[in-house]
Design a binder for this molecule. Structure first.
Ligand code: ACO
Length: 306
């Protein structure tokens, strides 16, 4: 039995904040932000569950399905609506699902963790036929808009994928990793803002993602040349370029949305998948590598046959 992505959906708040607008309130400028991160603008606004619901409904529709077809919901987020219940409970209600639902928080690696968990659930005896996986964030709530070290990076948004049992598509290998020793370089306390040692996160991210990509490729019995489509977490274009240099993954085959969305944490990978789909890059049989990293630090890579 194999599993494919049957539909993808996205949601971005209407409000766009450009780099020039940020430069009116903090000591920065468009050129610096573009050169150092690749970001040109970010969407700001909305509530995590509302963005997730919008993206989820679109993914179900894109798959040609109805809410009754979904057997499990996983919402990955690091900005839940409430301490309890899980944001997935609200999303389950608002989409009109009747299945089980739970949240995963692996920060920016959340979508990879959720994808792997969904895959495993579907392989279990009596497991669901279809799982809706949604990455959704309202990071603007936990960004200190006076801190130029973080305010330039983050945005809000959601992306969703319906996974279903199908003869087409399969996961070939995955790697999940974490190093809690690095908790202090990127964190937000309850009720507080994101605190980040940017340079340290940058260095660690390049190392962690490159290592994870190499492990996943080795497990899949493949090399970087075998990959047709690269979908990296969108944190900084220079991190993506550095990983490409280290691992041999082609930048030409790498899809990015960071210029238009900034870093939307667990939503970046499904948002980038949606972009790749719009460009016609996701064809049956293509080998797709998705990789993410974030606070924790936590990271993960999945190699799938589309
Ligand atoms: N605008 C203008 N100048 C700035 C800004 C800014 N927004 N921020 C810093 N600078 C200045 C600094 O003061 C410094 O000046 P100096 O040389 O006179 O001291 C200079 O620019 C360089 O600063 P660095 O901090 O070294 O800049 P760097 O190239 O590292 O870029 C950045 C900073 C973009 C934050 C980068 O470190 C980065 O992207 N780090 C990784 C962040 C990341 O990926 N976070 C998300 C993880 S995913 C998750 O879990 C949420």
């Amino acid at each position: 039995m194999t599993i494919r992505v049957a539909g993808i959906g996205t949601a971005l708040p209407e409000k766009i904040v450009t780099n020039d607008e940020l430069a009116k309130t903090i000591d920065t400028n468009d050129q610096w932000i573009r050169d150092r991160s690749g970001i040109g603008q970010r969407h700001v606004g909305g509530v995590t569950s509302e963005l997730a619901t919008e993206a989820g409904i679109r993914a179900i529709k894109n798959a040609g399905l109805t809410p009754d077809d979904i057997g499990l919901l996983i919402v990955c987020t690091t900005t839940p609506d409430q301490q309890l219940p899980a944001t997935s409970a609200v999303v389950q209600r608002d989409i009109g699902l009747t299945c089980g639902a739970f949240d995963i928080n692996a920060v920016c690696a959340g979508f990879i963790y959720s994808y792997v968990m969904a895959y495993g659930q579907m392989l279990m005896p009596g497991g669901p036929e279809r799982v809706l996986v949604i990455g959704s964030e309202s990071l603007s709530r936990i960004v200190d808009w006076t801190d130029r070290g973080t305010a330039i990076l983050f945005g809000d948004g959601a992306g969703a994928a319906v996974m279903e049992r199908h003869e087409q598509g399969e996961m070939l290998a995955y790697d999940l990793g974490s190093n809690g020793e690095l908790q202090e370089i990127l964190y937000a306390d309850h009720g507080g803002y994101i605190k980040m040692e940017g340079r340290e996160v940058f260095k660690r991210a390049v190392r962690a993602v490159s290592g994870s990509v190499e492990i996943a490729l080795k497990k899949a019995g493949m090399t970087a040349d075998d990959i047709d489509v690269v979908i990296p977490h969108q944190a900084n274009i220079r991190i993506i370029e550095a990983v490409s240099q280290r691992t041999g993954l082609s930048m030409e085959k790498t899809h990015n949305v960071i210029e238009f969305t900034g870093n939307t944490s667990s939503a970046t990978i499904p948002l980038t998948l949606a972009e790749a789909e719009r460009n016609g890059a996701l064809q049956p049989g293509q080998i797709v590598l998705m990789t993410g990293f974030g606070a924790g630090m936590a990271w993960g890579t999945a190699v799938v046959r589309w």
